[in-house]
Design a protein around this ligand. Structure first.
Ligand SMILES: Nc1ncnc2c1ncn2[C@@H]1O[C@H](COP(=O)(O)OP(=O)(O)OP(=O)(O)O)[C@@H](O)[C@H]1O
Ligand SMILES: [Mg+2]
Length: 443
């Protein structure tokens, strides 16, 4: 789950969203700052002109006594919460605010000794007038309100917009993550050889990802068609050559009959053995093609794997004895698998034959069935890791097996049959020797 979210955060739509959100927030904040500065300045200008008017009126008399009288009169009327007045002259301080009031000119002032009838902050202006310094201040509530309004605008517009855009980005990122996962899945299946793999239908409108998906589907289709064509050609060749080769073996038999009594048949024997090898190779090629075509699946029925293995072990017992191998069978849990009995018997036969043929006399060969798992292990030379995939190819044989009989089709057939049954095939190291493990599906 966490990995999924990390993927989403790293996805292109999410990155784009985050970048857009950052840009949007930056632009919004700049606009807000500019507006804030302008509004603040306008308010401040307005406050200054009001204060100037007050200062003009209060100092109109032009002498200290007149200013004191005017200040006292206005102080009596004005609420200190709205307006503060202070006149400092040689005769002392008059007005409704007599504490210290530092600074000069236009400024903000925050009364430290805050009594109930004072505002939080004031905009004050001091001016040198006849006899002393006159200061008039008005409450800065308007500024605080402005600040509040700005704060509200910010939280009511910016925050929801950011959240909405983020949510939208997340949704589209999740959607494209799902599409990507489907594409990756299909690519994996294609890589594993399932050329019939296609992308599942993608809900929603077409986008660049679905175009990539369509491209992959087309590629897979072309690949499947050409593989199919190749398969068809090899099957056709095998099929078309079968009859002439069978005729050849008949002709060889006739030639043998026509030989004068006592003549040597060595050359004929060799030719006949060769033809028999060719016939069996073609037969194997044809059956692999047929199995890969998937047609025999209709014949599937429950097969008792352990009974089948026991039969095969019995069949090969004499051959193993003759070649000096110790063939052993181990039956664990009994289970039935859905499959083609003849083909499953064929793969057990191929694996036992390989173990007998490709390991020296005296080697152990163990056939084990446990549930739907079948293993054939021997103590021979084994197959090097980098060759294990290759020996599954048609006609591929290890260099050291060139002199042993066989055509390199046995393991291809095993592989094809296992795939037909939806099982898995693994060639492992038996240290020493080869261990072939096949896992099928239980009924
Ligand atoms: N048990 C084994 N131990 C060592 N090498 C093996 C074993 N089984 C198979 N091999 C190697 O893998 C190659 C391919 O095996 P595969 O069964 O496909 O062909 P083959 O046995 O040579 O011929 P055939 O078509 O008659 O089976 C063999 O030629 C051999 O080199
Ligand atoms: Mg073989």
């Amino acid at each position: 789950m966490r990995a999924e979210w990390r993927d989403i955060l790293r996805s292109t739509p999410m990155r784009l969203t985050l970048r857009l959100v950052a840009l949007f927030v930056l632009i919004s904040l700049l606009t807000f700052a500019a507006t804030w500065w302008l509004a603040n300045k306008t308010l401040l200008d307005a406050a200054e002109s009001t204060l100037d008017v007050e200062l003009d009126e209060l100092s109109a008399s032009g002498n200290a006594a007149g200013i004191i009288a005017a200040v006292n009169m206005l102080s009596a009327k004005a609420e200190p919460e709205d307006m503060i007045l202070r006149y400092e002259s040689a005769n002392g301080i008059v007005g409704n605010y007599r504490e210290a009031l530092p600074g000069n000119g236009l400024r903000e002032f925050d009364p430290t000794d805050r009594s109930d009838d004072l505002s939080d902050r004031y905009i004050v202006k001091s001016r040198d007038v006849p006899g002393g310094v006159l200061t008039v201040g008005q409450s800065a509530d308007a500024f605080d309100e402005l600040r509040e309004v700005f704060g509200q605008v910010l939280s009511y517009t910016l925050l929801p917009t950011v959240l909405l855009v983020l949510a939208a980005g997340m949704i589209s990122a999740r959607r494209s993550a799902r599409r990507l996962a489907a594409i990756e899945d299909t690519l994996d299946r294609l890589r594993d050889g399932d050329l019939s793999a296609r992308l599942p239908g993608m809900p929603g409108p077409a986008d660049d990802l679905s175009r990539v998906g369509t491209g992959i589907d087309r590629l897979a289709e072309a690949q499947q068609a050409s593989t199919e064509a190749l398969r068809q050609v090899s099957a056709d060749i095998a099929h078309d050559l079968k009859t002439p080769i069978q005729r050849l073996s008949v002709q060889l038999a006739e030639a043998r009959d026509e030989l004068p009594n006592g003549a040597s048949t060595v050359a004929l024997d060799r030719a006949e053995a060769e033809v028999a090898g060719i016939v069996s190779t073609f037969q194997s090629l044809l059956s692999i093609a047929q199995i890969e075509g998937g047609s025999p699946r209709a014949r599937f029925a429950p097969v008792d794997l352990s009974a089948l293995a026991a039969t095969m072990a019995e069949v090969y017992e004499p051959a193993a004895e003759e070649s000096g191998h110790n063939l052993r069978i181990d039956i664990g849990r009994k289970a039935k698998v859905m499959g083609d009995r003849a083909l499953l018997g064929q793969i057990i036969a191929n694996l036992i034959e390989n173990a007998l043929r490709h390991t020296p006399a005296g080697s152990d060969v163990a056939l084990t069935v446990d549930g739907s798992r079948l293993t054939v292990a021997d103590s021979g030379p084994g197959i090097p890791v980098d060759e294990r995939e290759k020996v599954l190819r048609r006609l591929y044989r290890l260099d050291r097996s060139r002199s042993t009989p066989g055509s390199g089709l046995g393991l291809s057939l095993v592989d094809a049959v296992v795939k037909l049954h939806g099982g898995t095939l693994e060639l492992q190291d038996n240290a020493p020797g080869l261990r072939v493990e096949i896992n099928l599906a239980e009924t």
